[in-house]
Design a protein around this ligand. Structure first.
Ligand code: SAH
Ligand code: SF4
Ligand code: F3S
Length: 448
């Protein structure tokens, strides 16, 4: 009987992509995948360390598996991902139920390490690598429309609050040809959207090919595949990249450009290596080069020494840029980072209050920006039925906004359609079908 493995994934999209790699590796080694923890004899948690509450949640989940293990003593429980790297052997010692601890650069050895656990030992692989990119490994993906592809691993930026450089190691890029090949495979399987991933995609480099070259090559594979990418660090967003986005209609006009704070003093303490003038300059340049471009961001409230004035500067930047969306967090001290040595002197109460103001402002901006789209036309990729009703379809614009349209017999999942927006909330747009973007795909449906 073959072994059955169950995996749960936490954290960023890079972890989602890594889980697919891990599933590819395990399947090749004879494992069956299951979506039910109860039927598995190997349970893996692919974990995140970015904030304290992410780790707490995973510790809570480990408690559940402890109970399972009591009734099923042969069950192998493993921790993968960033927590594995950060806590290493402590996990095996503190949490006696953990049998396998494997960090992001050692997934190739996972089958052997699980075997060690089956033999009664502890399977530990937490070395970071300067070269591992898993270029040759085919991730396991279910059929669908949307895929994530990691194009680089690690981060060399060392923002003072962040654990990622410690949990993911140094930056290294996959070859352009392997990424293009993967997109070709996805195109043959009918995928319609690919997101190129890296903690800092703008420092992608494969010999003379930079990230703009990779984007252009990816866009050329199939004009019916939309290309997204994340994350861009404001320091290295090049003009060449902006022109590349502008030139290719299937590269989304959408840039995730985390600002973190609106205060130059705080940015300096965060080691973000840009100031607000530079940041706003980039936004202006992008708006000029890419008509209709939109932005999203990440913001941290309550970094050490943050004053009310610093906080107001963050609100100001949000008003100036008018982001389409934002991921907003309270500062969470992480052991081993530079900021950890600074006093976490903004009280929980003030962090919460400032975060709340940031969230409210973003909701207001999102609402206003969505109202501006009423009566305008947008192209959406139809992703399926709307969650609330079978009569409606749901899709997303290239700026990543959800649009709901009435369904008809001839509109299918995976179609690109032009819609006219008729109403909007802060989170959702509502529209009506105008026409197919690639009508030849729907000729059969139309004449039937
Ligand atoms: N590489 C990406 C971000 C990866 S982590 C980038 O540079 O933008 C995602 C986000 O989590 C960060 O942008 C930051 O806003 C937030 N974050 C990271 N460490 C944090 C911490 N210690 N406390 C609170 N938020 C944090
Ligand atoms: Fe963390 Fe900064 Fe690297 Fe992003 S760029 S992963 S925030 S160190
Ligand atoms: Fe979390 Fe690691 Fe991603 S810390 S955000 S899973 S890189």
């Amino acid at each position: 009987m073959s072994n059955k493995v169950y995996i749960e994934t936490y954290g960023c999209q890079m972890n989602v992509a890594d889980t697919e790699l891990v599933m590819g590796i395990l399947k090749k080694n004879g494992y069956e995948l299951t979506k039910l923890a109860d039927e598995a004899n190997v349970v893996l948690l692919n974990t995140c360390s970015v904030r304290e509450n992410a780790e707490q949640r995973i510790y809570g989940r480990l408690g559940n598996f402890k109970n399972m293990k009591e009734s099923k003593p042969d069950l192998v429980v493993g921790i993968l991902g960033c927590m594995a790297e950060r806590l290493r052997r402590d996990l095996v010692e503190d949490k006696k139920i953990v049998d396998v601890v494997v960090g992001p650069d050692e997934y190739r050895h996972l089958p052997e390490l699980i075997d060690v656990a089956f033999g009664g030992g502890k399977g530990i692989g937490v070395r970071l690598s300067r070269t591992e990119t898993y270029d040759d490994i085919i991730p396991y993906r279910e059929d669908g429309l949307q895929a994530w592809i990691s194009v680089m691993r690690g981060c060399d930026k060392f923002c003072t609050f962040c654990v990622v450089p410690f949990t993911r190691g140094r930056e290294r890029s996959r070859t352009l040809s392997s990424v293009v090949e993967e997109i070709k495979q996805l195109s043959m399987r009918g995928f319609r959207e690919v997101t190129l991933l890296g903690q800092n995609v703008n420092s992608y480099l494969d010999n003379e090919n930079d990230f703009a070259d990779l984007l252009a090559a990816s866009a050329k594979v199939d004009s019916r595949i939309r290309i997204r990418f994340t994350t861009s660090h404001p320091q290295d967003l090049s003009e060449k990249l902006l022109y590349t986005i502008a030139e290719h209609s299937n590269i989304c006009n959408y840039i995730h450009l985390p600002v973190q704070s609106g205060s130059d003093r705080i940015l300096k303490m965060m080691n973000r290596t840009y100031n607000i003038k530079h940041y706003l300059g980039l936004i202006e340049k992008a708006k000029r080069i890419i008509p209709g471009v939109s932005f999203s961001t990440d913001i941290i409230s309550g970094f050490p020494t943050e004053t009310y004035e610093d906080h107001v500067m963050t609100l100001d930047v949000m008003r100036q840029v008018r982001y389409d969306g934002a991921y907003m967090f309270k500062y969470s001290p992480r052991e081993g980072t530079k900021a950890y040595k600074m006093e976490d002197d903004v009280s929980e109460e003030i962090k919460t209050k400032r975060l709340q103001e940031i969230i409210e402002l973003q909701q207001q901006i999102s609402f206003e920006k969505n109202q501006e789209l009423v009566d305008k036309e947008e192209i959406i990729l139809v992703e399926g039925k709307s969650r609330k009703s079978d009569q409606f379809l749901s899709g997303r614009t290239d700026t990543n906004k959800v649009v709901i349209v009435p369904g008809t017999d001839n509109i299918k999942e995976g179609d690109f359609i032009k819609v006219k927006i008729n109403r909007a909330t802060s989170a959702t747009l509502f529209g009506d079908f105008v026409e197919f973007v690639f009508p030849e795909d729907n000729e059969i449906a139309l004449t039937a």
